[in-house]
Design a protein around this ligand. Sequence first.
Ligand code: VG1
Ligand code: CO
Length: 629
Amino acid sequence: MATTGAATSLLSPPSLHRLTATGTTSASFSFLRTSSPSSFPLLFSSRIPSKIPSESSAIKSSSSTTFTESQDLKVNTIPTKPIEGQKTGTSGLRKKVKVFMQENYLANWIQALFNSLPPEDYKNALLVLGGDGRYFNKEAAQLIIKIAAGNGVGKILVGKEGILSTPAVSAIIRKRKANGGFIMSASHNPGGPEYDWGIKFNYSSGQPAPESITDKIYGNTLSISEIKLADIPDVDLSSVGVSKYGNFSVEIVDPVSDYLDIMEEVFDFSLIKSLVSRPDFRLTFDAMHAVTGAYANPIFVDKLGASQDSICNGVPLEDFGHGHPDPNLTYAKDLVNIMYSDNGPDFGAASDGDGDRNMILGRQFFVTPSDSVAIIAANAQESIPYFKSGPKGLARSMPTSGALDRVAEKLSLPFFEVPTGWKFFGNLMDAGTLSICGEESFGTGSDHIREKDGIWAVLAWLSIIAYRNKNKKPGEKLVSVADIVKEHWTTYGRNYFSRYDYEECESEGANEMINYLRDLISKSKQGDKYGNYTLQLADDFKYTDPVDGSVSTKQGVRFVFTDGSRIIFRLSGTGSAGATVRIYIEQFEPDVSKHDLDAQVALKPLIDLALTVSKLKDFTGREKATVIT
Ligand code: VG1
Ligand code: CO
């Protein structure tokens, strides 16, 4: 599916001086000299993407446009009105793409963001822009560039073709000392004209904007009255180089190179290559037609010597090939089938829309994300050069299983439990108390950047496997993914874990269920009996950030029992329609003879209890979960 819209601009761009990466042409280009106000209406009408109804123009054409000058860059002030519902969720603002295409919808949010930042954070500053390649990204990129320029940003670095994974944006912000960056992605939500779009803003440390900023943005979306739009032509995103417009410039960068540099600093690539290039080791990486398609070949094939056919669905597509780019057992079924086939590969992994999630599989073996982060933490020091002095501390989101807690205890490391969402890890990393962290939702990462990082997790696992097998001769049996996990359980015990998702329920019923549970916990007390379980505590998780003291409340209703078992209920903050109910179930099993059960079998009594306690069926009408992990 080809993207049109901005590319079909009726305004012929004035000739501009485009610098090549080596830069020989002279610089400054004055827009004032080469454009006339009469061309503005054409510019605005060109914003109407051809595939959507005309009332859905991303920015309104307005006859009451006023013009101001900012040095030699012309800035138009476009009147606008507040739009309801632009509140950021767990990770950015996500809506159906049609909502974002409505008049001024995206422009309002971007302008509200600039209205929320202190001027020193963006005036003449360097920002980064990229996304996962989904439908509407190219049009959105042009609009964001123009609003950034209109607000006095000095320079914006944009991934070629608008492509940058979420971890790459974080990496580039840090490496180039940028003041922040935009990520155009609805992450694991599907893409295409009927599906989702999203926007996230990350701050100068590369971390997702904290609630203090996103709350301000939301406040400003409710009072916004004008948008500052620079009058510059659409930028050619297709080749690396610099374009200058007065004091503003745009540099198109290779999406992979800065990120790859960081990966090469973190990992021992020659160790990984020694594994990946073995004839008796085969891997499969499923990019799910999402952004890691752009990274998989340069990293796994070109750098590490994997065979070309080890990458599947490796071309990023605007609709992810009609897929749901969420690497779990349901949506990454292709990979699961390959890994569970006779004589399947030794190692399999997948990543999501924007490349920050990962799923790890061995041959006929699934590694839960909660186990994955614990195993990476336990093995990091010996297998990964970045951690050669040992991790500084470990952390997980509240619903993630307690497997990581046990590693922290054994290694005597500081340990933190934070609410769901990566933004809560950044402060701890900046304070130097956290190195490795994860979420049960297939998110794993470290303080090398300030986002979860899918390819990092794959390289971490390959490092661990490579280290364990580095002295194995050809033909000798290799230590497998399953061996590593089972050995971990033997040392630490096994935390059985499962998550049940009920996607797109009616909001009303889902909210009533959560209110009912909140009421129930307020009446509960220690020692209450729930079937065979005895209550230790029941609460709605509240977190006080130990670094800045900020408090986040209502982060999930949890029932913790005296044997350490937990059932947890949350509503998703990343959906774009209705409400998604998530139930998390966990039980610890120290007995090695009971480690080989199917998680659904081991957890059956607790799962039944969770469904009874919550009256989920009564409130939502749902008999079955949409996704079970
Ligand atoms: C989900 C996950 C959460 C993750 C978030 C963003 O949020 O549960 O752990 O941080 O998605 O991941 P929620 O509110 O829907 O449960 V991503 O890869 O979509 O940026
Ligand atoms: Co993601």
